[in-house]
Write a protein that binds this ligand. Structure first.
Ligand code: AR6
Length: 174
């Protein structure tokens, strides 16, 4: 990864609901009506207005993304994307890459400065962190190389272990 690109990607550890960025990405399900994990945390922190706006969207297919306001979150917007349930076949990586691409396409269109991603599909949906991380880093690096916006992507990981996996993966990415 060249230095320019590396400067636009940051790894942080902590709670994504605390980040004052243009948009945080939610690892949602197809209903977009909330759930556990990071989805539950985002809905709790954003308040009931978020669920009310999500109800107007009519769900979201796996691999696609939708945007809402952030309400009581420090982030202005939430980009909801639906990761694949991990099955161990080649479609997993294609669908996961689409989550990153489609989320970033929304951010690019709105000329966002900073967008933060959790480790989509790596919790309830069972995607092994190291494999998901390779897909995430490759998809983000490819998108940023071709677009000026968003200027920065933050991978917001929930544990030091996950952070280490991401650091190693970025080191290995050409
Ligand atoms: N900030 C950052 N990362 C978090 C946070 C947080 N506050 N909370 C959890 N994580 P998951 P999935 C990490 O299960 O696998 C929901 O019920 C977590 O440690 O949230 O895509 C949805 O409604 C893990 O590494 O998302 C769906 O039904 C990562 O976020 C389903 O779960 C993703 O874990 C989606 O499952």
């Amino acid at each position: 990864m060249n230095a320019d690109l590396r400067d636009r990607i940051e790894i942080r550890i902590g709670d994504i609901t605390r980040l004052p960025v243009d948009a945080i990405v939610n690892a949602a399900n197809r209903s977009l009506l909330g759930g556990g994990g990071v989805d539950g945390a985002i809905h709790r922190a954003a308040g009931p207005e978020l669920l009310a706006e999500c109800r107007t969207l009519g769900g979201c297919p796996t691999g696609e993304a939708r945007i809402t306001r952030g309400y009581r979150l420090p982030a202005e917007y939430v980009i909801h994307t639906v990761g694949p349930v991990y099955r161990g076949d080649p479609r997993d990586a294609l669908l996961l890459a689409r989550c990153y691409e489609n989320s970033l396409a929304i951010a690019a269109k709105r000329k966002f400065d900073a967008v933060a991603f959790p480790a989509i599909s790596c919790g309830v949906y069972g995607y092994p962190m190291a494999a998901a991380c390779r897909v995430a880093v490759a998809a983000v690096a490819e998108f940023l190389a071709a677009h000026r916006f968003p200027r920065r992507v933050i991978f917001m990981l929930f544990s030091e272990d996950a952070g280490e996996v991401y650091r190693a993966c970025i080191e290995e990415t050409a």
